[in-house]
Write a protein that binds this ligand. Sequence first.
Ligand code: GLY
Length: 570
Amino acid sequence: MTNLFISKYIVLIIILFIGVGCFRTPEEPYSIAKSATTASAMVVTAHPLATEVGIQVLEAGGNAVDAAIAVQFALAVVYPIAGNIGGGGFMLVRQPDGEAMALDYRERAPLAASRDMYLDSTGQIVDGMSTLGHRAIGVPGTVDGMMTAHARYGTLELRDLLEPSIALARNGILLTAREAEELNLARAEIEQVNLSTAPFVQMDPWQTGDLLIQRDLAHTLERIAHAGRAGFYEGETARLILEDQRAGGGILTQQDLDEYQSVWRTPIRGWYRDLEILSMPPPSSGGVALLQLLEGMEDQQMTADDLLTVPSMHRMAETMRRVYADRAAYLGDPDHVTVPVDQLLDSLYIRARMADIRPDSVTPSTQVQEGDWDTTESEQTTHFSIIDKAGMAVSVTTTLNLEYGSKVIVQGAGFFMNNEMDDFSAKPGVPNAFGLIGSSANAIAPGKRMLSSMTPSMVVDQGQIRLIVGSPGGSKIITTVFQIILHTLGLEQPLPEVVALPRMHHQWKPDTLFVERDRFHPDTLSALRALGHQVIERSPIGRVDAIWIDANGRRTGAADPRGDDHAGGY
Ligand code: GLY
C-alpha cells in the first residue's frame, strides 16, 4: 500500500511534468480542472496535488473520511498559506444512511490567555498583537482532529494516509504563480517573527515553477504517521513547539497540548424550501447564520432571471445586515457561553426580524440592533469537499486564520502556526481583522474556542445527498455559502456556473455592501448606491470547492476559478 502510494506519487509527478509541456500555460506547473463529472467519487480542493492525493486514497479503497484526512495533511504541504497542521477546522461527515456528525477541531485559547491580553494599560488594542507572532497563536487542533476522525471512521492505516504528504514534503512541490506571489507578499512578516525563515523564504523572490522542499515538515509528518496524536502533542514535535514558544514570547504550555481535545457535535439541521440543510454548529457561527439567511430569503419569489439584479442584491444585503447583527451579539463557544440556537433559528423570529426590510431603501446599520425574543434566556482558510463511491460525504473547512497564520514557523518542525486568537473579540465593539464586531459571548477565556465563520455544509433532498459545499473567506464564508445554495437550489443554476458567478457581502458593520471588483455592471452599482447602499468594490469573495450529486448519483465537482482549485474523481 505504502509503496503503491509512492509509485503513484512518482507517476503523478511525471504526469504533471508532461502536463507542463502539453496542457499548461507556459508559466504554470499543473493543469487544473475547474469542473469534472464522474459516476463514483469526487474530490475538490484548493490544490491539484491535494485533489490527486484524495483520489489515490479513494482508489486504494479508502472511504471519504480517509481521503479527507489525507487531503488535510497534503494541503499542509502543498498549500501552506491555509492548509495546516498548526491550525484547526471543522469536518462535517454524512454517511449514506443519513447519519451525520460534525467534528470540531477548532483551536482553543491557551490556559494562560486572559480577556484583556491584547489591550495596553489604557485599554486600547495593541495593533497586530493578535494577528502576528507568537502571542497570536491558539492551541492547534488539526492533528487531534484527524486522529479523532480516523478513530471513528477510518478504514486505511494512518501511515498510508500520511505517506503521500511525507513524499510531497520531502521531494518538493512546484509553486504555482499564485503561491509564489503569496509567499513573496508574506516575506517581510515571516522575517519579522522567525529566527530562521527556511524553507519559506529564499534569497531571490519565488518564481512560478520553483521547487519548495520541506524537510522539517516531512520529519514532523513522519512522527505523526508513527505515533499518531503523540507524534505532535508530545515528544519531539511538542518539544520544538514549546522551545519556539519560549524563544518567541508565546504562552502555550505542555498542559495546553495535553488537554487539547476535538469534539464531536451534532450538526445544525434546518430546511430551505423542501431541502434539508446540514451545517456546522457553534463554535462556528456559520450554520446558524446560514439558516437564518436562507429562512430570511424563503418568502422571496425569485426566478433565475433575478440572479444578481438590484432588487435581489438589495434584499440579500438587508437580510445579511440583520443576521450579522445577531452573530455579533449572541454567538460564541457553546462550552463556555449559552448560545440561543433555537431562538435564533425560530422561523417566526426570523420573519419578524426581516419584516422591516424595505424594497426601496436601506436600513442603516446604526438602526439595526441584534434581534430580541420573548424568553430571556479570517480570509485565508481553505475548504474541500469529497464524496466516495458509497455516497459517504465529507465537507471540511480548515484554517490558520490569516495568510500563513501568525507567520510563526515552528523552528525545526517546518510548519506555520495559526493566529486564530484574532477570531476572539479582543475588546467588545472593536472590529477584528475581518471587521467583525463581537460581544462578551466571544470574549477571550482560558481554554475557550474562538468564534468561527467556517461553514462546511451539505444539502439533502429526500434522503439523498445533493450538494457538498463550503468556502474560505473569514466573515464572507457564510454569505458565500448562502449565495451558492440560493443560486444552485433556489434558482436551479448548474453548480460550476454558480461557483463562477460574481459575489457580494454585507456583515452589518461596517455598513458597507462589498461586491467583487469589475464583476458587476456599473448601472447595477449605481442603482444600489441610489437605494442608499455604501457599495465598495473589492478583491474576490470566497473560493468555493463544491460537489453536486444529481438524481442519478452522478457527481459534478466545481472548483472555484478564483484560485488554483482542482476537481477530479472517477
Ligand atoms: N478564521 C476564520 C474563521 O474561522 O472564521
